[in-house]
Design a protein around this ligand. Sequence first.
Ligand SMILES: Cc1cc2nc3c(=O)[nH]c(=O)nc-3n(C[C@H](O)[C@H](O)[C@H](O)COP(=O)(O)OP(=O)(O)OC[C@H]3O[C@@H](n4cnc5c(N)ncnc54)[C@H](O)[C@@H]3O)c2cc1C
Length: 385
Amino acid sequence: MRTRLTIVGGGLGGLVSAISAREGGLDVTVFEARKDLGGRARTTSGDYRANWGPHVVYSDGPLWAWLDERGLARPAHRAPLSRRFFVRVDGRVHRVPPRKVVRGLLRLRSAEAPVDVSFSDWATAELGDAEAARRIAIFFGVATFDHDPGRLSAAFVNGLLKRVLQVPPQVRYIPGGWATLTDRLGRRARELGVRIQTGSPVDTLPAPPVVLAVPLARARELLDDAGIAWTGTRTALLDIGILRHRRDPFVISDLDAPGWTEAYSMADPSLAPSGEHLVQSQTGMRPGESLDDAVARLEELLDAGYTDWRGRETWRRRMAIADETGALDLPGATWRDRPTVDRGEGVYLVGDMVAAPGVLSEVTFNSAIDAVRRLTSRPKLVRVA
Ligand SMILES: Cc1cc2nc3c(=O)[nH]c(=O)nc-3n(C[C@H](O)[C@H](O)[C@H](O)COP(=O)(O)OP(=O)(O)OC[C@H]3O[C@@H](n4cnc5c(N)ncnc54)[C@H](O)[C@@H]3O)c2cc1C
């Protein structure tokens, strides 16, 4: 007799939960609202393979290790370090960041940051240089997707610093985009005997045990619990296809305002037609800012580093997203203060805005593993078939 587990949501969190629960001997059914699995870990089909959300997996992190143990991580590409990296400072691109920014980053990386102070205040005091601290805070637009990363907890941003700025870089790119990873996970889940029903939105809370691997807003509705909330952010995304130019940079990191642009097809040529690049850009949207205005700022960032890209554009997608880029911890809060994974009575919450450590999708991953461990080690909480 096996415990029957229902999982709502077939994104990364739902699929990791399903595989681990099945490995733990549970009988698992996944309900996914969309016709395809993946959630935010999906990729456009056609000539331009643009990820909706995630781009990189950190190979020093728990998600990568778990995938690799199961033969699901590889092949994966490394960052093309021979390509051109730029930073934008005062409207112009440079090959290296200002020296005081580099020195500041190195110093902050080896320091212990407090939880209850903003990153801006802490970095300014630590470096004794408000301008260097301001530029460094702006740099963290890359991993926070926020318009003002300096407002976040110093400990939170510094945790990102230690992960994002590693030498050599630990980022890995899945060939064909994250849809490839979703396919690998879905296939593994089915091979293990997980039942997966796509095109099946769940409107009422299923009988426990149940894992809700859905965005926080949906979990709030299903559990009718207004307390399920955390800080997220609004972000503008601009993805373009362009005809290649030999001087195209791989990355432009904006140090004037939080923003990032990256030619992902340089890491993975399969993302764009031959002779073209897929360049994806993001910036945190300011309070009240329209998508048009945020996209105009991103276009200026492209102007700074991609020669005549407007005349070379072949494809475009733009969108504004809210609360889709993971949890942000404000001063005084850590991941432990976010909505708990174990909601009691056999209900578990999985996602990237719940109480689990990690960077971006690692939060989803860690919460999935946590939920399944609790489920499989506390059988009296769950119904037995
Ligand atoms: C622009 C952007 C860039 C990112 N970059 C990175 C990165 O480089 N690296 C990284 O690690 N992470 C990155 N992330 C974060 C990453 O995308 C997420 O952490 C991860 O995909 C979240 O997975 P999830 O399963 O928790 O949620 P989701 O992917 O949102 O999955 C939830 C699923 O639940 C389904 N669902 C919702 N309601 C219901 C219902 N009622 N019934 C049934 N199903 C339902 C949805 O359709 C969806 O498939 C990025 C995100 C964004 C938006």
